[in-house]
Design a protein around this ligand. Sequence first.
Ligand code: BYC
Length: 310
Amino acid sequence: MTPEEREFQQKIDAGIKVEPKDWMPEAYRKTLIRQISQHAHSEIVGQLPEGNWITRAPTLKRKAILLAKVQDEAGHGLYLYGAAETLGIRRDQMIEDLLAGKAKYSSVFNYPTLTWADMGAIGWLVDGAAIINQIPLCRCSYGPYARGMIRICKEENFHQRQGFDIMFTLTRGTPEQKAMAQDALNRWWWPAVMMHGPSDAESKHSAQSLQWKIKLFSNDELRQKFIDQIAPQAEYLGLTIPDPELKWNPERGHYDFGAIDWDEFHNVIRGNGPCNRDRLRTRKEAHEAGAWVREGAAAYARKRAIREAA
Ligand code: BYC
C-alpha cells in the first residue's frame, strides 16, 4: 500500500465517508462506478417485468399502487445514475453501455411475468432480497451512494409490503388464486435466491469491496438473511418454498437450503436467460422513442441558463 492508500483505508476503518472530491484509489472509484451503474440499470430494467401488468391489474387500487411502484423504480435509477456521475462518468456513457449489452443488470429481471401473482412474488421476494442487500448500503463508505440508499430503502419497504399484500390476498382467495400464488413462488424463488450473486468462494469482488466498506456483508451472508426472513413468511401464507432441503437448523440458528443452480445463474448473466434479449430490445426502443423528450429538456435547460446568466 502507498502512504495515500494507507491513509484512505484508515479513514474507511474509522467510518468517515468518502466524498466526491476526496482522494480515492482508482480501483475504488472503478468498483463503485461498476456497482452503482449496475444497480441503476437494475432499477431501470426492473420496471419492465412489472410494467407489463399495469394495464392488466385486477382493480383500480392495485393499478394505482403498481403504477406508483414502477415510477419509484425509475426514480431510484435516476438517483443512482446521479450518484455514479459524482465519480466522473457521464450518464450517457452508462446508458450506452447498458444498451450495447456491455453493462450488467440484475439477473432476476430476465424472467417473464406470466400471471398477476408474479406482481406479488416480485414485490415480496425480489424487493425483499433487494432490501436485505440495500439496508447495509445506507452505511457504505461512499457518501452519495449511502445517502441515495436511505431514500431508496424507504420506498422499497412499501414495495415489499405491497407484494406481500398481493400474495396474502391471493392465498386467502379461491383455490385457483392460491394455486396462482404458489406457482409464482415456484418460479421466482430460485431467481430471487440467486440475486445476491455468486457464493463467497466464487465472488471475485467481495474481499476488496468488504475491505473498502462498499459492501458490508458478503453475498452468502445476505442470502442467508433473506432465506431466514422469507421462510416463516411463506409458512404464514400457507405456501411451500420449492426447496425440499429447506429446513430450520437449530444448531446454526438459520435455515439450511438446497444447492443453487449456478449454471442457470451464469447463463442468465451471460445474456441467455428467458428474457434478456427482449428486455434490451424494449429498453432500446424506449430510449429511441424518448429522444425528443431529452432534446426538449436539454433545450429548455440551455435557454434557462442563458436567461439566468443575462
Ligand atoms: N445479476 O464478485 P461479485 C431492485 C455479477 S434492483 C447480474 O459477487 P459484486 C428492484 C457481478 O456484477 C436491485 N450480475 O460482484 C428494481 C460481477 O460481474 P462484473 C439491484 C450479477 O459486485 C425493480 C460478477 O457477477 N441491487 O431493487 O461484489 C423492481 C461477480 O460477482 C449478479 C443491486 O444492484 C446478479 N444477481 O456483488 C424490483 C445492489 N450478482 O461486474 C426491485 C448493489 C453478481 O465483474 N449491488 N453479478 O462483470 C451489489 O450489492 C453487488 O454488486 C452484488 C454483486 C451483490 C449484486
